[in-house]
Design a protein around this ligand. Structure first.
Ligand code: C2E
Ligand code: CA
Ligand code: CA
Length: 701
């Protein structure tokens, strides 16, 4: 049967009230409840019933209201368990409220602790009330009859001391709780219990209260003989002789260690990262705020925040598994902590992201120097289960003032600067500036708009001609995607392809490019009997995860475009990633006649040995490779040998990014087969490509 519960809910949001009631009912309570949705109703409703418990949401427009409720209860000495329903982000405030009398915090998203806490608080309330009655009764009766060592030993930890605070009596429960023997305790002062957590002033207040003949109540954290802590809720009753002088004190203690440990755990979990034991974001931000106030007061300890992210940590998780990844993160966190000044605060923000607050620099330049040194030292190899793990990290720096006035903003800007390092030069340090913010905003906008761009038909395929030197004609084209953004104009694929890859949108984009390219080839064949192939770029997400072979077969069957008209371009790093997976896919495509080009050769591994293993048709030499080629240079010799080696394997060579005629002459001399670049034409829309072909008469020498 459901157990009855009288419940006062302080919550302004009615849907939240229903959720709480549902939860309470679902857990076997039959609640009689009232709701306080406005602060004015509070006083009236609290008097209305003898409430078992108060549940209070944290979403009051003014948090001060909750402080007011708690003060009201305290002032009127109303003892009703007060439970806060708080989101993680409000834990810090909620913990402050626990100091003001709230009994516990229930996590807003997982109310599963609620019934347990309700039950516990109800039990404790009954217990407290009984104890209060006992204590009052005791105080009176003991005063009357002045008898010591009463039978209350049965329920509580009891001790008596003389007027000087020397222990004269302890009951068995006291002995059990403290771990000391009777002999060790009698004759000692309570100092033997090395009470903690209270200031000198608080102890002074306690003594003053009881020396004035008043009862003192409060929580005390004591130390057992074995060094561990035990908490007690204590009532100290002074006894006075007829002349008013105090001759002894009786202390009645109720052990609350379990509750305190649970509270401590809650505090710990709310502020520390469970994996590395480093402070978490919330605690870190609180420390930054603290340092900002100190800096404003004393002009010392200029707060600078480093955001540090390990480069490509995914690789570790993928190759060694998440568990090993976690262990490596713990080692990394320890190393980071050791490398930082003891005054620095080091935090783990999540996954492979850390932040450091330094306050021992006088300038941002000094901070940058420290950050550079830190990154250098962090690179040291981590020996792990027989492996040697080499990790680099990228760092962003933001300082108080220049990059924000509060912790949140400074940290956010340090992260922006860190992302800037990642995108410009991995493994380096960048100091935040406003332009980075603008760039991030731009990227965020692009990311948002990208999702809708396909439906809105904003993509268009451009084609860049590829010239065959021996045939003296254009016999290939490369399809390059373009995004006509309604506000930003043409957005470069280098800006949105990585995002499309991350979001999976690249699959439909590539299908679109393939389809358009095939239509382009078909149109030209049918209208002008012009035969050529179009190359489509394939991202790893498409090449490895999709059945590209079926895509091509489907296109051929639907549109009747011969396989020879299609070409795919894959990058070297993709091809090498997993040879046993890539080779069969490539072989199948090659067998039906689809040409395969290895893109951007010369930027990655540039492994000539691997070239031999792959079923290719063409090798495309990256434009950066061409920049440094001067006749007779080392680069020129390398270029010639790559061309010869590719020819030896039966592959054609395309030189990309050919911009001037001297490069063209050189490439012809080196027996390069094909060229692509602005010398011939920039990528063109379909209409422009058609008219380009009509007017093309060859390269003007
Ligand atoms: P990529 O595959 O290396 O394409 C060649 C890039 O070089 C193109 O840039 C092209 O416009 C540019 N280019 C060609 N000739 C010259 C030249 O003479 N000088 C200079 N400076 N640049 C030249 P684009 O169109 O901006 O594309 C950039 C990259 O975006 C491509 O590099 C490719 O990796 C990617 N991409 C483009 N379209 C697609 C697509 O449909 N799918 C996938 N997965 N990636 C694409
Ligand atoms: Ca390409
Ligand atoms: Ca390329």
């Amino acid at each position: 049967m459901a157990s009855p519960l009288s419940l006062l809910i302080i919550e302004s949001d009615s849907s939240e009230v229903f959720r709480l009631i549902r939860e309470v009912k679902a857990n076997g309570f039959s609640p009689l409840y009232q709701v306080v949705s406005k602060a004015e109703e509070w006083e009236e409703k609290i008097e209305e019933e003898d409430w078992d418990v108060i549940l209070c949401g944290m979403n009051w427009p003014d948090e001060k209201t909750i402080h007011d409720f708690l003060r009201f209860l305290k002032d009127r000495q109303i003892d009703i368990p007060f439970l806060l329903i708080a989101e993680k982000s409000k834990y810090e405030t909620a913990l402050q409220m626990m100091k003001e009398g709230a009994a516990d915090i229930i996590d807003h998203s997982t109310l599963f602790r609620l019934p347990h806490v309700l039950e516990r608080e109800r039990r404790e309330l009954v217990f407290r009330r009984e104890k209060e009655i006992t204590a009052n009764y005791l105080e009176q009766s003991l005063k009357e009859i002045q008898v010591q060592k009463f039978a209350l030993d049965q329920a509580n930890i009891v001790s008596t001391t003389d007027a000087n605070g020397i222990i004269t009596y302890v009951n068995d429960k006291f002995i059990q709780a403290s771990g000391y023997s009777k002999e060790e305790l009698i004759g000692q002062s309570h100092r033997i219990l090395k009470s903690q957590d209270r200031t000198k002033e608080e102890w002074y207040d306690l003594w003053e209260t009881i020396q004035n003949g008043k009862v003192w109540k409060g929580e005390i954290r004591n130390t057992k003989k074995d060094g561990t802590s035990f908490w007690v809720e204590t009532t100290i009753v002074p006894f006075s002789a007829e002349d008013g002088s105090i001759f002894q004190y009786i202390a009645i203690h109720n052990e609350i260690t379990n509750r305190k440990l649970a509270e401590e755990q809650l505090t710990h979990d709310a502020f520390y990262d469970s994996l590395t034991e480093l402070p978490n974001r919330a605690l870190f931000l609180a420390r930054v705020e603290q340092k900002i106030s100190e800096y404003n007061l004393f002009q010392k300890g200029f707060p600078i925040v480093f955001s540090i992210n390990i480069d490509n940590f995914k690789r570790i998780n993928h190759s060694l598994g998440n568990e090993s990844g976690d262990e490596i993160l713990v080692i990394y966190a320890k190393r980071l902590l050791k490398l930082c000044d003891p005054s620095a605060i080091v935090t783990r923000l999540g996954a492979d992201s850390f932040a450091v607050l330094v306050t021992d620099c006088f300038s941002i330049e000094e901070g940058t120097e420290i950050a550079n040194k830190l990154l250098e030292n962090l690179k040291e190899i981590i020996p792990f289960q027989g492996y040697e793990i080499f990790l680099t990290a990228s760092c962003g720096i933001a300082s108080y003032g220049m990059a924000g006035k509060d912790g949140e903003n400074i940290l956010k800007n340090a992260e922006i600067a860190m992302f800037h390092s990642k995108s410009s030069k991995v493994g380096t340090v960048s100091v935040f500036n406003q332009r980075m913010q603008e760039k991030i905003n731009y990227q965020l906008e692009i990311q948002n708009d990208l999702k809708k761009a396909i439906e809105k038909n904003e993509f268009i395929v451009y084609y860049q001609p590829i010239f065959d030197l021996a045939a003296n004609e254009i016999c290939h084209w490369e399809a390059l995607i373009r995004w006509r953004h309604p506000k930003k104009g043409m957005v470069s694929p280098t800006d949105f392809i990585p995002m499309a890859e991350d979001s999976g949108l690249i699959v439909s984009l590539t299908k679109f490019v393939l389809e358009e390219s095939a239509l382009f080839a078909k149109k030209m064949r049918e209208e002008s009997n012009y035969k050529f192939s179009v190359a489509v770029n394939l991202s790893p997400q498409v090449f490895l995860d999709q059945n590209i072979f079926h895509w091509v077969v489907d296109i051929q069957q639907r549109l009747g475009v011969p396989y020879e008209c299609l070409q795919v371009e894959i990058t070297e790093s993709l091809a090498m990633k997993n040879l046993s997976e890539t080779i069969p896919i490539l072989s199948n495509l090659k067998d039906i006649g689809v040409k395969i080009a290895l893109d951007d050769f010369g930027t990655g591994y540039s492994s000539l040995a691997y070239l031999e293993k792959l079923p290719l048709s063409t090798v495309k030499i990256d434009k950066s490779f061409l920049n440094n080629v001067i006749p007779g240079s080392k680069e020129a010799i390398l270029l010639v040998s790559i061309i010869h080696m590719a020819h030896g394997l039966g592959y054609k060579v395309v030189a990309e990014g050919v911009e001037d005629i001297s490069q063209f002459h050189l490439l012809r001399e080196y027996e390069c087969d094909l060229i692509q670049g602005y010398l011939l034409s920039k990528p063109l829309s379909l209409e422009d490509a058609v008219s380009f072909l009509e007017n093309f008469t060859g390269i003007q020498e």
